[in-house]
Design a protein around this ligand. Structure first.
Ligand code: HEM
Length: 508
Protein backbone atom coordinates (compact mmCIF):
# COMPACT_ATOMS: atom_id res chain seq x y z
CA UNK A 1 0.00 0.00 0.00
CA UNK A 2 2.82 2.37 1.01
CA UNK A 3 4.57 1.48 -2.25
CA UNK A 4 1.57 2.46 -4.41
CA UNK A 5 1.12 5.68 -2.42
CA UNK A 6 4.76 6.62 -3.17
CA UNK A 7 4.29 5.82 -6.87
CA UNK A 8 1.17 8.01 -6.91
CA UNK A 9 2.98 10.89 -5.21
CA UNK A 10 5.88 10.66 -7.70
CA UNK A 11 3.41 10.56 -10.63
CA UNK A 12 1.36 13.51 -9.41
CA UNK A 13 4.55 15.51 -8.69
CA UNK A 14 5.94 14.72 -12.16
CA UNK A 15 2.68 15.74 -13.86
CA UNK A 16 2.60 18.98 -11.84
CA UNK A 17 6.25 19.76 -12.70
CA UNK A 18 5.61 19.08 -16.40
CA UNK A 19 2.44 21.23 -16.36
CA UNK A 20 4.35 23.97 -14.54
CA UNK A 21 7.17 23.82 -17.08
CA UNK A 22 4.63 23.96 -19.92
CA UNK A 23 3.16 27.08 -18.36
CA UNK A 24 -0.23 25.40 -17.84
CA UNK A 25 -0.35 26.38 -14.17
CA UNK A 26 0.37 30.07 -14.69
CA UNK A 27 -2.49 32.26 -13.49
CA UNK A 28 -3.03 35.98 -13.94
CA UNK A 29 -1.97 37.80 -10.76
CA UNK A 30 -3.50 40.97 -9.34
CA UNK A 31 -2.72 44.03 -11.52
CA UNK A 32 -1.28 41.94 -14.35
CA UNK A 33 -2.57 42.45 -17.91
CA UNK A 34 -5.25 40.01 -19.18
CA UNK A 35 -3.57 36.62 -19.79
CA UNK A 36 -4.43 34.49 -22.85
CA UNK A 37 -2.61 31.15 -22.79
CA UNK A 38 -4.42 29.58 -25.76
CA UNK A 39 -5.66 26.01 -25.69
CA UNK A 40 -2.44 24.07 -26.21
CA UNK A 41 -0.07 23.90 -23.20
CA UNK A 42 3.33 25.57 -23.79
CA UNK A 43 2.62 26.17 -27.53
CA UNK A 44 -0.23 28.55 -26.72
CA UNK A 45 -0.92 30.84 -29.68
CA UNK A 46 2.38 30.22 -31.52
CA UNK A 47 0.76 28.64 -34.59
CA UNK A 48 -1.77 31.45 -35.10
CA UNK A 49 0.96 34.03 -34.60
CA UNK A 50 3.30 32.42 -37.19
CA UNK A 51 0.45 32.09 -39.72
CA UNK A 52 -0.54 35.78 -39.65
CA UNK A 53 0.71 37.78 -36.68
CA UNK A 54 -1.17 40.93 -37.67
CA UNK A 55 -4.66 39.35 -37.82
CA UNK A 56 -3.94 37.40 -34.63
CA UNK A 57 -2.96 40.56 -32.71
CA UNK A 58 -6.00 42.41 -34.04
CA UNK A 59 -8.25 39.65 -32.66
CA UNK A 60 -6.45 39.77 -29.31
CA UNK A 61 -6.83 43.56 -29.15
CA UNK A 62 -10.57 43.26 -29.84
CA UNK A 63 -10.84 40.64 -27.09
CA UNK A 64 -8.60 42.21 -24.42
CA UNK A 65 -8.05 45.91 -25.22
CA UNK A 66 -4.93 48.07 -24.95
CA UNK A 67 -2.68 45.54 -23.19
CA UNK A 68 -2.64 41.74 -22.94
CA UNK A 69 -0.20 38.88 -22.36
CA UNK A 70 -0.16 35.84 -24.66
CA UNK A 71 1.66 32.55 -24.37
CA UNK A 72 3.68 31.47 -27.42
CA UNK A 73 6.04 28.47 -27.49
CA UNK A 74 6.84 28.81 -23.78
CA UNK A 75 7.27 32.60 -23.94
CA UNK A 76 4.92 35.09 -22.33
CA UNK A 77 4.71 38.27 -24.37
CA UNK A 78 2.77 41.34 -23.29
CA UNK A 79 1.58 43.44 -26.25
CA UNK A 80 0.80 47.12 -25.78
CA UNK A 81 -1.48 48.53 -28.47
CA UNK A 82 -2.06 52.13 -27.34
CA UNK A 83 0.42 54.40 -29.23
CA UNK A 84 0.40 56.95 -26.40
CA UNK A 85 1.76 54.24 -24.06
CA UNK A 86 4.65 53.20 -26.38
CA UNK A 87 6.99 55.76 -24.84
CA UNK A 88 6.75 54.13 -21.41
CA UNK A 89 8.36 51.03 -22.97
CA UNK A 90 10.75 52.64 -25.42
CA UNK A 91 12.16 55.07 -22.85
CA UNK A 92 12.54 52.53 -20.00
CA UNK A 93 16.15 51.90 -18.94
CA UNK A 94 18.00 48.89 -20.35
CA UNK A 95 18.48 47.50 -16.85
CA UNK A 96 14.69 47.02 -16.68
CA UNK A 97 13.68 46.41 -20.31
CA UNK A 98 16.42 45.04 -22.56
CA UNK A 99 16.42 44.00 -26.22
CA UNK A 100 19.96 42.62 -26.54
CA UNK A 101 19.17 39.06 -25.34
CA UNK A 102 16.43 38.71 -27.90
CA UNK A 103 18.54 39.94 -30.79
CA UNK A 104 21.43 37.65 -29.94
CA UNK A 105 19.05 34.70 -29.51
CA UNK A 106 17.50 35.25 -32.91
CA UNK A 107 20.82 35.95 -34.56
CA UNK A 108 22.41 32.82 -33.19
CA UNK A 109 19.54 30.67 -34.39
CA UNK A 110 19.61 31.88 -37.97
CA UNK A 111 23.26 32.87 -38.47
CA UNK A 112 24.97 30.78 -35.78
CA UNK A 113 26.68 33.93 -34.55
CA UNK A 114 27.46 34.43 -30.88
CA UNK A 115 28.07 38.16 -30.33
CA UNK A 116 30.88 39.24 -27.98
CA UNK A 117 31.27 42.39 -25.93
CA UNK A 118 33.14 44.18 -28.73
CA UNK A 119 30.22 43.63 -31.12
CA UNK A 120 27.96 45.70 -28.85
CA UNK A 121 30.61 48.43 -28.97
CA UNK A 122 30.90 48.25 -32.75
CA UNK A 123 27.11 48.48 -33.14
CA UNK A 124 26.48 51.32 -30.74
CA UNK A 125 29.68 53.38 -30.84
CA UNK A 126 31.44 53.15 -34.20
CA UNK A 127 28.61 52.08 -36.54
CA UNK A 128 26.62 55.36 -36.21
CA UNK A 129 29.78 57.35 -37.03
CA UNK A 130 30.22 55.63 -40.40
CA UNK A 131 26.57 55.29 -41.36
CA UNK A 132 25.27 58.68 -40.23
CA UNK A 133 27.96 61.31 -39.77
CA UNK A 134 30.48 62.44 -42.34
CA UNK A 135 30.74 58.85 -43.56
CA UNK A 136 27.24 59.06 -44.99
CA UNK A 137 28.20 61.42 -47.83
CA UNK A 138 30.95 59.11 -49.11
CA UNK A 139 28.81 56.04 -48.73
CA UNK A 140 25.97 57.69 -50.65
CA UNK A 141 28.40 58.57 -53.46
CA UNK A 142 29.64 54.95 -53.52
CA UNK A 143 26.02 53.80 -53.87
CA UNK A 144 25.53 56.19 -56.81
CA UNK A 145 28.72 54.95 -58.52
CA UNK A 146 27.50 51.37 -58.24
CA UNK A 147 23.99 52.19 -59.43
CA UNK A 148 25.66 53.78 -62.47
CA UNK A 149 27.58 50.57 -63.12
CA UNK A 150 24.50 48.38 -62.77
CA UNK A 151 21.79 50.54 -64.34
CA UNK A 152 23.16 53.19 -66.63
CA UNK A 153 26.41 51.83 -68.11
CA UNK A 154 24.79 48.79 -69.76
CA UNK A 155 22.53 51.20 -71.71
CA UNK A 156 25.17 53.84 -72.40
CA UNK A 157 26.13 52.42 -75.79
CA UNK A 158 22.54 52.36 -76.95
CA UNK A 159 21.68 55.94 -76.09
CA UNK A 160 21.73 57.34 -79.61
CA UNK A 161 20.09 54.30 -81.20
CA UNK A 162 16.43 53.27 -81.16
CA UNK A 163 15.06 53.03 -77.65
CA UNK A 164 13.92 49.53 -76.80
CA UNK A 165 11.50 48.50 -74.07
CA UNK A 166 12.74 45.82 -71.70
CA UNK A 167 10.29 43.75 -69.65
CA UNK A 168 11.05 42.33 -66.20
CA UNK A 169 9.49 41.37 -62.89
CA UNK A 170 9.49 44.61 -60.88
CA UNK A 171 10.26 42.86 -57.56
CA UNK A 172 13.13 40.90 -59.04
CA UNK A 173 14.53 43.99 -60.79
CA UNK A 174 14.39 46.28 -57.74
CA UNK A 175 15.78 43.69 -55.30
CA UNK A 176 18.55 42.74 -57.71
CA UNK A 177 19.68 46.28 -58.51
CA UNK A 178 19.46 47.77 -55.02
CA UNK A 179 21.01 44.71 -53.36
CA UNK A 180 24.00 44.54 -55.72
CA UNK A 181 24.69 48.30 -55.61
CA UNK A 182 24.43 48.30 -51.79
CA UNK A 183 26.59 45.19 -51.47
CA UNK A 184 29.33 46.69 -53.66
CA UNK A 185 29.13 50.06 -51.83
CA UNK A 186 29.58 48.44 -48.42
CA UNK A 187 31.75 45.39 -49.11
CA UNK A 188 33.80 46.83 -51.98
CA UNK A 189 34.92 45.60 -55.41
CA UNK A 190 36.97 42.67 -56.65
CA UNK A 191 40.51 43.88 -57.39
CA UNK A 192 41.01 44.88 -61.05
CA UNK A 193 44.68 45.93 -60.82
CA UNK A 194 43.96 49.49 -61.90
CA UNK A 195 41.74 48.60 -64.90
CA UNK A 196 38.20 50.04 -65.06
CA UNK A 197 36.63 46.65 -65.65
CA UNK A 198 33.41 45.78 -63.86
CA UNK A 199 32.73 42.42 -65.53
CA UNK A 200 33.88 40.28 -62.58
CA UNK A 201 31.99 42.44 -60.07
CA UNK A 202 28.82 42.17 -62.12
CA UNK A 203 29.14 38.39 -62.29
CA UNK A 204 30.04 37.89 -58.63
CA UNK A 205 27.43 40.29 -57.26
CA UNK A 206 24.78 38.48 -59.34
CA UNK A 207 25.77 35.16 -57.75
CA UNK A 208 25.78 36.76 -54.27
CA UNK A 209 22.32 38.19 -54.92
CA UNK A 210 20.93 34.82 -56.02
CA UNK A 211 22.28 33.07 -52.93
CA UNK A 212 20.98 35.90 -50.74
CA UNK A 213 17.49 35.35 -52.13
CA UNK A 214 17.82 31.62 -51.41
CA UNK A 215 18.79 32.45 -47.82
CA UNK A 216 15.95 34.94 -47.55
CA UNK A 217 13.41 32.35 -48.73
CA UNK A 218 14.40 30.02 -45.89
CA UNK A 219 14.60 32.81 -43.31
CA UNK A 220 11.05 32.54 -41.85
CA UNK A 221 11.41 28.77 -41.32
CA UNK A 222 14.83 29.28 -39.69
CA UNK A 223 13.42 32.14 -37.60
CA UNK A 224 10.61 29.92 -36.26
CA UNK A 225 12.90 26.82 -36.04
CA UNK A 226 10.78 24.75 -38.41
CA UNK A 227 13.33 23.92 -41.13
CA UNK A 228 12.86 20.49 -42.74
CA UNK A 229 16.03 18.31 -42.88
CA UNK A 230 16.65 19.21 -46.55
CA UNK A 231 16.18 22.90 -45.81
CA UNK A 232 18.57 22.66 -42.85
CA UNK A 233 21.19 21.25 -45.20
CA UNK A 234 20.58 24.05 -47.71
CA UNK A 235 20.79 26.66 -44.94
CA UNK A 236 24.12 25.17 -43.86
CA UNK A 237 25.43 25.40 -47.45
CA UNK A 238 24.30 29.01 -47.75
CA UNK A 239 25.89 30.02 -44.45
CA UNK A 240 29.20 28.52 -45.61
CA UNK A 241 28.95 30.25 -48.99
CA UNK A 242 28.55 33.64 -47.29
CA UNK A 243 31.13 32.95 -44.57
CA UNK A 244 33.60 32.25 -47.35
CA UNK A 245 32.97 35.30 -49.54
CA UNK A 246 32.70 37.56 -46.48
CA UNK A 247 35.73 36.10 -44.67
CA UNK A 248 38.19 38.70 -43.32
CA UNK A 249 40.78 37.44 -45.80
CA UNK A 250 38.49 37.98 -48.80
CA UNK A 251 37.38 41.37 -47.50
CA UNK A 252 41.05 42.42 -47.19
CA UNK A 253 41.61 41.53 -50.86
CA UNK A 254 38.76 43.76 -52.06
CA UNK A 255 39.06 47.42 -53.16
CA UNK A 256 36.90 50.33 -51.89
CA UNK A 257 35.53 48.45 -48.85
CA UNK A 258 33.44 50.94 -46.82
CA UNK A 259 34.96 52.47 -43.71
CA UNK A 260 32.10 50.89 -41.70
CA UNK A 261 33.01 47.31 -42.61
CA UNK A 262 36.79 47.99 -42.53
CA UNK A 263 36.71 49.57 -39.09
CA UNK A 264 34.50 46.79 -37.67
CA UNK A 265 37.05 44.27 -38.96
CA UNK A 266 39.99 46.19 -37.44
CA UNK A 267 38.26 46.40 -34.06
CA UNK A 268 37.53 42.67 -34.10
CA UNK A 269 41.15 41.85 -34.94
CA UNK A 270 42.30 44.05 -32.02
CA UNK A 271 39.90 42.21 -29.70
CA UNK A 272 41.13 38.82 -30.87
CA UNK A 273 37.81 37.76 -32.43
CA UNK A 274 38.27 34.56 -34.46
CA UNK A 275 38.19 34.72 -38.27
CA UNK A 276 35.08 32.55 -38.32
CA UNK A 277 33.24 34.90 -35.93
CA UNK A 278 34.28 37.86 -38.11
CA UNK A 279 32.81 36.16 -41.19
CA UNK A 280 29.63 35.41 -39.24
CA UNK A 281 29.41 39.05 -38.16
CA UNK A 282 29.84 40.17 -41.78
CA UNK A 283 26.97 37.92 -42.87
CA UNK A 284 24.79 39.48 -40.20
CA UNK A 285 25.74 42.97 -41.45
CA UNK A 286 24.97 41.92 -45.02
CA UNK A 287 21.58 40.72 -43.86
CA UNK A 288 20.61 43.81 -41.86
CA UNK A 289 21.85 46.19 -44.53
CA UNK A 290 20.53 44.49 -47.66
CA UNK A 291 17.45 42.60 -46.45
CA UNK A 292 14.87 45.37 -46.87
CA UNK A 293 16.06 48.20 -49.13
CA UNK A 294 15.26 46.43 -52.43
CA UNK A 295 11.85 45.33 -51.15
CA UNK A 296 10.84 48.82 -49.98
CA UNK A 297 12.08 50.24 -53.32
CA UNK A 298 9.85 47.74 -55.13
CA UNK A 299 6.75 48.85 -53.21
CA UNK A 300 7.58 52.54 -53.72
CA UNK A 301 7.90 52.09 -57.50
CA UNK A 302 4.80 49.89 -57.70
CA UNK A 303 2.73 52.46 -55.79
CA UNK A 304 4.01 55.17 -58.17
CA UNK A 305 3.23 53.06 -61.22
CA UNK A 306 -0.31 52.51 -59.94
CA UNK A 307 -0.71 56.26 -59.20
CA UNK A 308 0.17 58.27 -62.34
CA UNK A 309 -0.40 61.58 -60.53
CA UNK A 310 2.17 60.59 -57.88
CA UNK A 311 4.66 59.40 -60.53
CA UNK A 312 4.29 62.72 -62.37
CA UNK A 313 4.84 64.72 -59.16
CA UNK A 314 8.00 62.75 -58.24
CA UNK A 315 9.37 63.00 -61.79
CA UNK A 316 8.76 66.75 -62.02
CA UNK A 317 10.40 67.32 -58.66
CA UNK A 318 13.47 65.24 -59.63
CA UNK A 319 13.80 66.97 -63.02
CA UNK A 320 13.60 70.33 -61.26
CA UNK A 321 16.45 69.33 -58.94
CA UNK A 322 18.54 68.16 -61.91
CA UNK A 323 17.96 71.46 -63.74
CA UNK A 324 18.91 73.41 -60.64
CA UNK A 325 22.15 71.43 -60.41
CA UNK A 326 22.93 72.06 -64.08
CA UNK A 327 22.43 68.43 -65.07
CA UNK A 328 20.22 68.76 -68.13
CA UNK A 329 19.22 65.42 -69.64
CA UNK A 330 19.76 65.46 -73.40
CA UNK A 331 20.13 62.65 -75.93
CA UNK A 332 23.71 61.39 -76.04
CA UNK A 333 24.79 63.21 -72.85
CA UNK A 334 26.63 61.42 -70.04
CA UNK A 335 24.34 59.68 -67.51
CA UNK A 336 23.29 61.91 -64.61
CA UNK A 337 24.81 61.63 -61.16
CA UNK A 338 22.57 62.03 -58.13
CA UNK A 339 24.54 63.69 -55.36
CA UNK A 340 23.93 63.66 -51.63
CA UNK A 341 22.86 67.34 -51.61
CA UNK A 342 20.23 66.65 -54.30
CA UNK A 343 18.55 64.12 -52.03
CA UNK A 344 17.96 66.89 -49.47
CA UNK A 345 15.74 68.80 -51.93
CA UNK A 346 12.99 66.27 -52.55
CA UNK A 347 10.03 66.64 -50.14
CA UNK A 348 7.66 64.85 -52.54
CA UNK A 349 9.97 61.84 -52.85
CA UNK A 350 10.47 61.92 -49.07
CA UNK A 351 6.71 61.75 -48.60
CA UNK A 352 6.48 58.82 -51.04
CA UNK A 353 9.19 56.94 -49.13
CA UNK A 354 7.63 57.62 -45.74
CA UNK A 355 4.21 56.53 -46.99
CA UNK A 356 5.77 53.35 -48.39
CA UNK A 357 7.59 52.62 -45.12
CA UNK A 358 4.32 53.19 -43.25
CA UNK A 359 2.59 50.58 -45.39
CA UNK A 360 5.23 47.85 -45.66
CA UNK A 361 7.62 47.75 -42.68
CA UNK A 362 6.61 45.42 -39.87
CA UNK A 363 9.16 45.32 -37.05
CA UNK A 364 8.29 44.03 -33.60
CA UNK A 365 9.95 46.17 -30.94
CA UNK A 366 10.41 43.61 -28.19
CA UNK A 367 12.14 43.91 -24.81
CA UNK A 368 12.86 41.36 -22.06
CA UNK A 369 11.60 42.30 -18.60
CA UNK A 370 14.79 42.17 -16.48
CA UNK A 371 13.05 42.68 -13.12
CA UNK A 372 9.44 42.76 -11.92
CA UNK A 373 8.12 46.21 -12.77
CA UNK A 374 5.05 48.38 -13.00
CA UNK A 375 4.14 49.72 -16.45
CA UNK A 376 2.18 52.96 -16.33
CA UNK A 377 -0.14 53.28 -19.31
CA UNK A 378 -0.98 56.68 -20.81
CA UNK A 379 -4.46 56.64 -19.26
CA UNK A 380 -2.88 56.28 -15.80
CA UNK A 381 -3.68 52.59 -15.29
CA UNK A 382 -0.76 50.55 -13.93
CA UNK A 383 0.09 46.95 -14.85
CA UNK A 384 2.56 44.55 -13.24
CA UNK A 385 5.03 42.86 -15.61
CA UNK A 386 6.93 39.74 -14.52
CA UNK A 387 10.68 39.29 -14.72
CA UNK A 388 11.57 36.97 -17.61
CA UNK A 389 8.48 37.86 -19.68
CA UNK A 390 8.70 40.04 -22.78
CA UNK A 391 6.89 43.20 -23.75
CA UNK A 392 6.33 44.10 -27.38
CA UNK A 393 5.02 46.83 -29.69
CA UNK A 394 3.81 46.21 -33.24
CA UNK A 395 3.76 49.66 -34.90
CA UNK A 396 2.59 48.30 -38.29
CA UNK A 397 -0.87 47.51 -36.90
CA UNK A 398 -1.27 49.80 -33.92
CA UNK A 399 0.41 52.97 -35.24
CA UNK A 400 1.03 52.92 -39.00
CA UNK A 401 -2.40 51.49 -39.88
CA UNK A 402 -4.40 53.20 -37.18
CA UNK A 403 -7.33 54.94 -38.97
CA UNK A 404 -7.56 57.58 -36.25
CA UNK A 405 -4.03 58.71 -37.14
CA UNK A 406 -3.90 57.93 -40.85
CA UNK A 407 -7.40 58.12 -42.40
CA UNK A 408 -8.00 55.44 -45.05
CA UNK A 409 -4.90 53.68 -43.65
CA UNK A 410 -4.46 50.97 -46.27
CA UNK A 411 -4.44 53.44 -49.20
CA UNK A 412 -1.20 54.82 -50.66
CA UNK A 413 -1.41 58.63 -50.59
CA UNK A 414 1.79 60.05 -51.98
CA UNK A 415 1.31 63.46 -50.34
CA UNK A 416 0.26 62.20 -46.88
CA UNK A 417 3.55 63.46 -45.43
CA UNK A 418 3.40 66.89 -47.09
CA UNK A 419 2.03 70.12 -45.62
CA UNK A 420 -0.21 72.28 -47.86
CA UNK A 421 2.82 74.56 -48.51
CA UNK A 422 4.78 71.57 -49.88
CA UNK A 423 7.08 71.19 -46.86
CA UNK A 424 7.53 67.92 -44.99
CA UNK A 425 4.71 67.04 -42.60
CA UNK A 426 6.01 65.72 -39.29
CA UNK A 427 3.12 66.27 -36.89
CA UNK A 428 0.26 63.78 -36.62
CA UNK A 429 -2.60 63.55 -34.14
CA UNK A 430 -4.81 60.91 -32.57
CA UNK A 431 -8.04 62.14 -31.00
CA UNK A 432 -6.70 65.69 -31.11
CA UNK A 433 -3.47 64.79 -29.27
CA UNK A 434 -0.06 65.05 -30.91
CA UNK A 435 1.72 61.73 -31.40
CA UNK A 436 5.37 61.22 -30.61
CA UNK A 437 6.60 59.25 -32.50
CA UNK A 438 4.10 59.05 -35.38
CA UNK A 439 6.11 56.38 -37.26
CA UNK A 440 8.43 53.56 -36.13
CA UNK A 441 9.76 51.78 -39.24
CA UNK A 442 13.35 51.82 -37.93
CA UNK A 443 12.76 50.62 -34.38
CA UNK A 444 13.56 52.87 -31.43
CA UNK A 445 15.86 53.41 -28.48
CA UNK A 446 19.44 52.19 -28.37
CA UNK A 447 18.87 49.58 -31.10
CA UNK A 448 17.21 51.99 -33.56
CA UNK A 449 18.49 51.22 -37.07
CA UNK A 450 21.83 53.06 -37.45
CA UNK A 451 21.62 52.59 -41.24
CA UNK A 452 18.32 54.43 -41.66
CA UNK A 453 19.77 57.56 -43.32
CA UNK A 454 21.88 55.53 -45.71
CA UNK A 455 18.95 53.20 -46.44
CA UNK A 456 16.73 56.16 -47.31
CA UNK A 457 19.43 57.64 -49.55
CA UNK A 458 19.88 54.30 -51.35
CA UNK A 459 16.18 53.89 -52.02
CA UNK A 460 15.57 57.52 -52.98
CA UNK A 461 18.52 57.48 -55.35
CA UNK A 462 17.24 54.35 -57.06
CA UNK A 463 13.71 55.75 -57.47
CA UNK A 464 15.16 59.10 -58.62
CA UNK A 465 17.15 57.36 -61.35
CA UNK A 466 14.24 55.17 -62.40
CA UNK A 467 11.85 58.10 -62.91
CA UNK A 468 14.33 60.48 -64.55
CA UNK A 469 16.33 58.09 -66.72
CA UNK A 470 13.62 55.70 -67.83
CA UNK A 471 10.10 55.60 -69.15
CA UNK A 472 8.46 53.04 -66.89
CA UNK A 473 5.03 51.40 -67.05
CA UNK A 474 3.21 48.32 -65.85
CA UNK A 475 2.63 45.69 -68.52
CA UNK A 476 -0.98 45.51 -67.30
CA UNK A 477 -1.99 48.86 -65.78
CA UNK A 478 -5.02 47.17 -64.16
CA UNK A 479 -2.94 44.55 -62.36
CA UNK A 480 -3.89 44.25 -58.67
CA UNK A 481 -1.35 45.16 -55.99
CA UNK A 482 -0.22 41.67 -54.91
CA UNK A 483 -1.09 40.35 -51.46
CA UNK A 484 1.72 40.16 -48.93
CA UNK A 485 3.35 37.04 -47.53
CA UNK A 486 1.67 36.80 -44.12
CA UNK A 487 4.39 34.58 -42.67
CA UNK A 488 6.98 37.36 -42.79
CA UNK A 489 5.64 39.86 -40.26
CA UNK A 490 8.54 41.00 -38.10
CA UNK A 491 11.15 39.92 -40.66
CA UNK A 492 12.20 43.06 -42.53
CA UNK A 493 9.73 44.58 -44.98
CA UNK A 494 6.68 42.65 -46.21
CA UNK A 495 7.14 40.80 -49.49
CA UNK A 496 4.57 40.27 -52.27
CA UNK A 497 3.38 36.71 -52.85
CA UNK A 498 3.96 37.22 -56.58
CA UNK A 499 5.87 39.55 -58.86
CA UNK A 500 4.39 42.22 -61.16
CA UNK A 501 5.63 42.65 -64.72
CA UNK A 502 6.81 46.09 -65.84
CA UNK A 503 8.51 47.68 -68.87
CA UNK A 504 11.26 50.28 -68.93
CA UNK A 505 13.30 52.02 -71.60
CA UNK A 506 16.00 54.65 -71.46
CA UNK A 507 14.50 58.12 -72.03
CA UNK A 508 17.46 60.00 -73.51
C1 HEM B 1 14.56 49.76 -45.64
C2 HEM B 1 15.68 49.45 -45.05
C3 HEM B 1 15.85 49.17 -43.57
C4 HEM B 1 14.91 49.00 -42.59
C5 HEM B 1 13.37 49.05 -42.73
C6 HEM B 1 15.62 48.76 -41.34
C7 HEM B 1 15.01 48.55 -40.11
C8 HEM B 1 15.69 48.15 -38.98
C9 HEM B 1 15.06 47.78 -37.73
C10 HEM B 1 13.56 47.78 -37.47
C11 HEM B 1 16.05 47.42 -36.87
C12 HEM B 1 15.88 46.90 -35.44
C13 HEM B 1 15.69 48.07 -34.48
C14 HEM B 1 15.32 47.65 -33.07
O1 HEM B 1 15.48 46.49 -32.70
O2 HEM B 1 14.86 48.53 -32.33
C15 HEM B 1 17.30 47.58 -37.56
C16 HEM B 1 18.54 47.30 -37.01
C17 HEM B 1 19.73 47.51 -37.65
N1 HEM B 1 19.92 48.02 -38.92
FE1 HEM B 1 18.46 48.56 -40.21
N2 HEM B 1 16.96 48.81 -41.60
C18 HEM B 1 17.16 49.06 -42.94
C19 HEM B 1 18.36 49.22 -43.59
C20 HEM B 1 19.59 49.19 -42.99
C21 HEM B 1 20.86 49.50 -43.66
C22 HEM B 1 21.00 49.93 -45.11
C23 HEM B 1 21.84 49.32 -42.72
C24 HEM B 1 23.34 49.48 -42.85
C25 HEM B 1 23.97 49.97 -43.87
C26 HEM B 1 21.21 48.89 -41.49
C27 HEM B 1 21.88 48.58 -40.32
C28 HEM B 1 21.28 48.11 -39.17
C29 HEM B 1 22.01 47.60 -38.01
C30 HEM B 1 23.53 47.51 -37.87
C31 HEM B 1 21.04 47.22 -37.05
C32 HEM B 1 21.28 46.61 -35.67
C33 HEM B 1 21.26 47.68 -34.61
C34 HEM B 1 21.49 47.14 -33.20
O3 HEM B 1 21.14 46.00 -32.92
O4 HEM B 1 22.00 47.89 -32.39
N3 HEM B 1 19.86 48.84 -41.68
N4 HEM B 1 17.07 48.04 -38.84
Amino acid sequence: MAFWASVLIVLVTTVLVVLYRLGALRQRRVNEPPLDKGLIPWLGHAMDFCKDASSFLKRMQERHGDIFTVQMAGRYITFVTDPFSFDAILKESRSRLDSSNLISGLVFKVFEFQGQECHGNIMHNSTPKYLMGTGLVGLTQAMMDNLQILMLEPDAGRRSGPQEWKQKGLFQYCCNTVFRAGYLALFGHLPTNGKADHAQDLLQSQKVFEEFRNLDTLFPQAFYSVLLPKEKEEMRRLRHFFWDILSPQHILERDDVSAWIRSAQEQQVEEGVSEKAQSQFNLLMLWVSQGSTGIVSFWALLFLLKNPEALKAVREEAEGVLRKMGQEMRPGEAPISVEYSMLQQTPVLDSVMEETLRLVTTPFLTRTVKEDLILKMDGGKEYALRQGDEVSIFPYLFLHRNPEIYPDPTAFKYDRFLNPDGSRKVVFYKQGRKLKPHMLPWGAGITICPGRFFALNEMKMFVFLMVTQYDIELVDQDVKIPSIDLKRFGIGATQPIQDVQFRYRIRF
